[in-house]
Unconditional design. Structure first.
Length: 317
């Protein structure tokens, strides 16, 4: 089943950026696009409600909004199959429900006032913590440095094997015919922070070597996993067209290694300065708690210079 790319729109400039990104994603991956407008969106971002919430034209305005969005997609990406829907309810609940049947959910940022430099509003933060599929948040501002075409950056966590985020990032790099940079941050021991730069054989050098070895182990496992998927796909494909569709997938991606000293969020934000996409993972907490969005997730969601994808660890693609 070909799950659609879902994009939330509200008529703002930020949601137009998200719409354009989602349309390009749908075109690149040959997936359908679903445009969703939740009519209570504005209340979650602190905007004043209309003087008369029961105004009869509200539904017409919402339908005009999504129809305009459809027209924009058809102009930008004529080959994309696009449908639109209006949901007169809570935007977070709407998009969380949509995430059950989506390949990913895309939305724009809504930072304002003193925190206008941040890229994330309350809807995006809530959705990122509850979604069942990857969530991509598009910054409100243009990047200061032009992105390198096809470049994807992924943060490598303490997990011993390839995470769902790493698999997703590799697939994204492949669909862009680009390159993947896998980033592993490390920290010097507290007692060494005030000493001279680490010497060979010092505890700091050992920490760096551990980070390098861990990164290599994860990437080796990732490459093995992708090779098995590729072989399995070949075994089940019976036509030249299906084989071509696979070859346009995850094969042949150049993977760069980056091991850097410093806080993980800072290292990732710096690595993403010229990237098209930054990918990080999130663990499922279980029950009603949703995903565990730690300080690294929060920091990159608020300050990343490029779109950020949050990938649940339970996501299988």
């Amino acid at each position: 089943m070909r799950l659609p790319v879902v994009v939330g729109v509200d008529g703002s400039e930020g949601s137009l950026r998200a719409l354009d990104w989602a349309a390009a994603e749908a075109a690149r991956t040959r997936l359908p696009l679903r445009v969703v407008h939740a009519s209570l969106w504005e209340h979650y971002e602190g905007l004043r409600p209309p003087a008369d919430p029961q105004v009869p034209g509200e539904q017409l305005l919402a339908e005009h909004l999504v129809a305009s969005a459809q027209d924009r997609v058809r102009d930008l990406s004529p080959g994309v199959s696009v449908v639109a829907d209006v949901q007169p309810e809570d935007p977070v609940a709407t998009l969380v429900r949509e995430s059950h049947g989506a390949s990913l959910v895309v939305l724009g940022s809504r930072g304002r006032g003193r925190i206008a430099g941040m890229i994330l509003g309350s809807v995006g933060l809530a959705l990122a913590g509850r979604s069942h599929c990857p969530v991509v948040v598009i910054p409100a501002r243009q990047p200061g440095t032009p992105a390198t075409p096809g470049s994807v950056v992924v943060g490598i966590s303490d997990a011993t094997g390839p995470s769902a985020a790493a698999v997703f990032a590799l697939t994204q790099a492949a669909s862009r015919h680009g390159e993947l940079t896998a980033v592993r941050a490390w920290r010097r021991p507290a007692h060494a922070l005030l000493s001279h730069p680490p010497l060979p054989g010092s505890s700091s050098s050992a920490y760096r070597r551990q980070a390098e070895e861990h990164l290599e182990e994860v990437l080796k496992a990732l490459e093995t996993l992708e090779a098995r998927k590729k072989q399995g796909s070949r075994d089940t494909q019976n036509t030249q067209d299906s084989q071509k569709a696979h070859d346009d997938g995850s094969g042949g991606v150049v993977i760069h290694r980056s091991v850097a000293q410093g806080p993980a969020h800072q290292v990732l934000i710096e690595a993403a300065e010229t990237a098209e996409l930054l990918v990080v993972g999130a663990r499922r907490a279980g029950g009603w708690h949703g995903l565990q969005l730690g300080p690294v997730n929060h920091a990159v969601l608020h300050y990343s210079p490029c779109p950020v994808a949050i990938v649940p660890d339970t996501y299988e693609g």
